[in-house]
Design a protein around this ligand. Structure first.
Ligand code: GLA
Length: 354
């Protein structure tokens, strides 16, 4: 239990706790900073946090993933250290008036890092949830997600969209969050019990802030400037055609944004209607668009997706920020084990996450 770990570390009981899940995105990739629709679901894996206030400007952090106790000043800038996510979050919550002047934190996580299943959003949202519990502040889950995104964008320097933070703040296992990333309006759609959304790590680890994510974001910004709207996912066919005037590969980036958004809207409808063949076909199309138009895949992931499909998945695709990490596959529950065993036998570096 996280409260026992906290007591053993800090010699006192915690004052607040939180559990925040990781997420897997079923479809709708790189559209959340372009005004599109996304469809993530929560995993049962996640981050447990326990906290207690301090009054001396210090944040002391222990994570079961790393050695030792980290001690940092609350006002420090980001320093490319894993604890930045926590320092940045406490700083922002303090500026917003619901964090004490220092904190002891114990974290225990079942989420692998660099896998594209939002371990960082689970930490930032988790700290905000624990601070909300401590302070009794009236922030909604959406408020916390918006603040957590600001930590990533402004403190960490990762220009992500809002999907991960909303997903881990709001979604529950067994339900998909059909989220309009422009208005932040959402619906929860039940996942069918006949199918499992399997998450398989390719064995290729990557860090989002290593630059390729940012390059894609900048390419989308070129489209925005050219067409004069920020929600480029919702461009008309005529507007998309105009983007052909942009130099390669920008048109293909624009085409991915438009088609991925439309696929995601269709996929949410298919899921709600339990039309799983249709849902799977849209996942497969999404992978092709990510591979060819958005160029965010890598050969090991393409091979994993191809075998996942060949071995009988209803649909399979790369999930998350890209350039490695996990695939998500929709698999009939009754065939799950033999499908997974066969896939992992063909891909010795891959491993099952969920
Ligand atoms: C990362 C980002 C998200 C989103 C996905 C791609 O997970 O944090 O905001 O852009 O990549 O869909």
């Amino acid at each position: 239990m996280i409260s026992d770990e906290f007591k053993a570390l800090f010699d006192r009981a915690p004052d607040a706790e939180s559990f925040t899940p990781g997420r897997v995105n079923l479809i709708g990739e790189h559209v959340d900073y372009n005004g599109g629709r996304v469809l993530p679901t929560a995993l049962s894996l996640g981050v447990d946090l326990a906290i207690a206030p301090r009054d001396d400007c210090l944040v002391r952090i222990h994570s079961d993933k790393f050695e030792g106790l980290v001690e940092r000043n609350l006002s420090e800038p980001a320093s490319d250290h894993w604890s930045d996510y926590i320092i940045g979050t406490v700083q922002l919550a303090r500026a917003e008036g619901f964090a004490p002047n220092g904190l002891d934190i114990a974290a225990s996580t079942t989420l692998p890092f660099g896998a594209g299943i939002s371990s960082s959003a689970a930490v930032t949202v988790g700290v905000l949830k624990a601070l909300r519990a401590l302070d009794g502040s009236g922030h909604t889950d959406t408020d916390l997600a918006v603040l957590a995104r600001r930590v990533e964008n402004d403190y960490i320097g990762m220009p992500c969209g809002i999907m991960d933070q909303m997903a881990v703040a709001i979604a529950r296992p067994g339900q998909a969050l059909s989220l309009d990333t422009d208005s932040l309006a959402f619906d929860l759609v039940d996942l069918p019990e006949t199918h499992h959304m399997a998450v398989i790590h390719s064995g290729v680890f990557r860090q989002l802030n290593e630059g390729r994510y940012k390059i894609r974001k900048e390419e989308c910004d070129e489209v925005k400037a050219f067409i004069g709207r920020t929600d480029i996912c919702r461009m008309s066919d005529a507007e998309l055609e105009r983007c052909r005037a942009l130099p390669e590969p920008i048109f293909r980036r624009a085409r991915h944004c438009v088609t991925e958004h439309r696929r995601t809207v269709a996929a949410a409808d298919a899921l709600a209607a339990k039309r799983m063949q249709r849902f799977g076909a849209l996942m497969n199309q999404s992978h092709i668009s990510m591979r060819d138009d958005f160029e965010m895949s890598v050969p090991a992931v393409d091979a994993l997706v191809a075998d996942a499909q060949a071995l009988g998945a209803t649909g399979a695709r790369l999930t998350g920020g890209g350039f490695g990490g996990c695939i998500v596959a929709c698999v009939q529950a009754e065939h799950l084990e033999e499908w997974r065993d066969a896939l992992l036998a063909r891909h010795p570096d891959a491993f099952s996450v969920a």
